[in-house]
Unconditional design. Structure first.
Length: 387
């Protein structure tokens, strides 16, 4: 037994509830098991119970063993004074700690549920439940995919809020960092972000009408201008005039197709800044995503897939963070699903993304839930365990 499984069993009441009694023999009724508490203190708050015929509202604490209450030093912690029930897997104390009623669940949980959970935790494969996916109804999938797409945007928004705080709420600079990171995908995202951080827009805008200078600044910061090359001799000032130093992390050329070479992507990034466009303003004010795609189409070699990628990885997240949530979700649902190894692996299992919101949801599911085996927090895992 693991504590997260015990939480799942209690929260969704996956135990026999007829004739419930506490260890001291008092009848127990559960009107509401409580809300999970994400802050300091007991595991569940605002539970509504009846114990010995008395209606109670308060907190519920869960442990594998009742002695864990003492082991975790809850007996002297004021945060646990509101606990009205101690739910445990096994009771290993002669007296309930703190005099709090104890409910033991060990003999009230169906063995198949425990077996299914152990099975999920042990299976090796792309995802733990890959052989059981067809057993989950389409309604569960549909709702969970919508939730995952939103959660992915919410996670990205938290990153953006952190950047904004660092940049004193400069949305244009933040969007510049996102654009650079997006064009560095998937191998050089961190390096391209570092290049953008080292070259503020106020510097780049001085040269917005001279594309070669912008290219030299970006290539130089990425360490792609070598002494002795014509580009270095012509634009070598990037290192001396501005007192700049290349970023410490080198770009990667691993398994890189010519059309995705770091040098070409940085040149395209320079072209996006060449006329001084404020990309955040463009995206914020655009009525449709086609307007943004059209604005991106003027950059030589920036194909349709990369333009869609910039929408998904840069512009839509910044819209979501800015508060244009409906617009962000509508644009995501209007884009074709991404093509990458993770999405293709889901497709082989019969799970197909119909649009970019779907492919983003599948990436979130794989990276944030399946890889960490957070099956108890996943709607698919919960449906399979409860079957």
């Amino acid at each position: 037994m693991r504590e997260e499984l015990l939480h799942f069993i209690w929260r969704y009441r996956h135990f026999h509830q007829q004739g419930l009694v506490t260890e001291d023999g008092r009848p127990l009724g559960i009107a509401f098991p409580g809300e999970p508490n994400t802050n300091q203190g007991p595991d569940f708050r605002d539970a509504k119970l009846s114990i010995g015929g008395e209606a109670l509202t308060g907190a519920v604490e869960l442990h594998i063993r009742s002695s864990d209450w003492l082991r975790h030093a809850h007996d002297g912690d004021e945060h646990y004074r509101s606990v009205i029930l101690h739910v445990v897997w096994e009771h290993d104390l002669a007296e309930p700690p703190g005099g709090i009623p104890v409910l033991v669940l060990q003999d009230r949980v169906a063995k198949p549920l425990l077996s299914r959970y152990q099975h999920l935790m042990r299976l090796q494969g792309f995802v733990p439940c890959e052989r059981q996916l067809s057993a989950v109804g389409t309604g569960v999938w549909r709702q969970w995919m919508q939730t995952l797409a939103t959660r992915r945007l919410q996670r990205r928004a938290l990153v953006i809020f952190g950047w904004l705080e660092h940049l004193r709420q400069d949305w244009e600079e933040t969007t510049w960092w996102l654009m650079a990171r997006s064009l560095g995908q998937p191998v050089n995202a961190a390096v391209f972000e570092a290049v953008a951080r080292s070259l503020p827009l106020r510097l780049l805008r001085r040269h917005r009408l001279h594309a070669p200078t912008l290219e030299a600044l970006l290539l130089g910061q990425a360490g792609l201008l070598k002494e002795g090359e014509g580009a270095y001799r012509e634009y070598g000032f990037w290192q001396t005039k501005y007192g700049l130093r290349p970023v410490s992390q080198p770009v990667s050329f691993l398994r890189m197709r010519p059309g995705h070479s770091p040098g070409l992507r940085l040149t395209q990034l320079a072209a996006l800044l060449a006329d001084g466009k404020g990309w955040f303003s463009i995206v914020r004010d655009a009525v449709s995503m086609e307007e943004v795609l059209q604005a991106l189409s003027g950059v030589k070699g920036l194909g349709a897939e990369m333009r869609r990628g910039m929408l998904i990885n840069a512009f839509i997240p910044v819209l979501f963070a800015y508060g244009q949530t409906e617009k962000a979700l509508r644009w995501m649902e209007g884009l074709r699903a991404e093509r990458n190894a993770t999405v293709r692996s889901w497709q082989r299992l019969g799970v197909v993304a119909g649009d970019a919101a779907g492919s983003q949801a599948l990436l979130e599911l794989k990276n944030e839930y399946c890889n960490a085996r957070r099956c108890l927090e996943c709607a698919i895992g919960r449906a399979l365990l409860a079957a």
